[in-house]
Design a protein around this ligand. Sequence first.
Ligand code: NDP
Length: 486
Amino acid sequence: RKADIGLIGLAVMGQNLVLNMNDRGYSVAVHNRTVSKMTDFLQGPAADRSILGAETLEELVEHLSSPRKIMIMVKAGETVDTYIERLLPLLEKGDIIIDGGNSHYPDTERRTTLLESKGLFYIGTGVSGGEEGARRGPSIMPGGSSQAWPAVKTLFQKIAAKAADGTPCCDWVGTGGSGHYVKMVHNAIEYGDMQLISEAYHIMKNLLGMSCDEMARCFDSWNRGRLESYLIEITAAILRTRDEDGSPLVEKILDAAGQKGTGKWTVVDAAHLGVPVTLIAEAVFARSLSARTDERQRAAAILGDTAPALPDLNDSEKARILEDLEAAVYAAKITSYAQGFMLIREAAREYSWEIDYGAVAGMWRGGCIIRSAFLEDITAAFAENRELENLLQAPFFSGIMAETLPSWRRTALRAIEAGLPIPALSSALSFFEGYRSERLPANLLQAQRDYFGAHTYERVDRPRGEVFHTNWTGTGGDVASGTYNA
Ligand code: NDP
């Protein structure tokens, strides 16, 4: 009997996906560049299962039923192109190549076009949830050749996580690179959530003088409320973990954060599309600042360490500050997701993808790193109004923003007064204040641009599109600039 699907790349994600597929009744043929790793897998976790090994790609293709479905789970980048090139001569019209790695969406666009031009199909899919997700049920965000979706839909939805209502956390995103785009934004939102939680931890520790155990209890209680999420849950568990000497392990970890690229890609694309994803951008840059540990050491010696002395707060004062902090994190998180969806919406317009935003939120409800109770509310907001311009305008969320705004402002003030950096909490607050402003000071910017560069401006008392230029100094000419960009 031929295998239902082939999988190339038996590292942590590949192995776990294969076992997951097999648990759901699918036979899988596998291949890995380093054959010994495949042999170890076949003799270890895959022993006594309908999982076939293939030492060559020819053998792998031989093992598969038609139309062939081959999933590539390798390091993103050129390796994927190399496998595609090697597979092309071995495949027939109608066969499907699926890339489940963290590929950059323009690569997926290009590969989809290439395969379709040869009569084959291509699916670029985001897979989130790490090792555990891959094994038990990840969130899967597929896009690419829409004609190929019916052939893999059942398999994908069976191996995917299920939301609380039983819906699979996997649905068709759209054409081209849209699946990988949505995964990219998912990862960037993950950066934002992690940064917000880290800022809350910084405030708890440095402003309130809380111990790791106290903080763990606080995050536990948050996890029983509206902030219930995987990342809050693991934060509590991390804060409780002790090193061998019995002290909290987290305090021994170097404060230099790494990154692999999806956050950076998101910020670059957002700048390109002119979408203000300010919280995500600050989260990416906060990692960059953290990584400059030596320079920060030198700067601290010159500029002074701003960590405040622990204040003498009574229990009720502390509880009030924590209540504000919880509301601030929630409001900032809503703002971050609103920004993320603004970006997806703009990308869909720019790259001609038809994306169902409610379905995207639905796919993130389970299996992935940003899974949370709150994604149910986002899914519901889009279900209520498919044309919703922005999450912040949904009645449910606008109500919460009104209720939490005073707490958010007080929290930002407290942190700023104490000299604590809160890039995500504060930049999202400024975004929110700007977003809800009918009038921003950009009128002055336009005047400045017209003053020095004759860029022209529109007027509030005249129709849009009609442009004016003022001879501000009395010595300039009347010619407006059409090319000078500042
Ligand atoms: P890695 O990203 O570590 O990739 C290792 C796999 O790629 C191995 O099978 C390796 O083969 C193969 N490989 C690397 N370079 C080459 C090459 N030049 N030629 C042939 N094969 C090569 O594995 P992961 O399982 O962590 O991730 C797989 C994909 O899934 C990546 O794109 C990753 O970004 C993405 N992803 C990972 C997540 C995670 O939590 N780890 C979560 C979500 C997505 P060999 O054994 O021979 O070295």
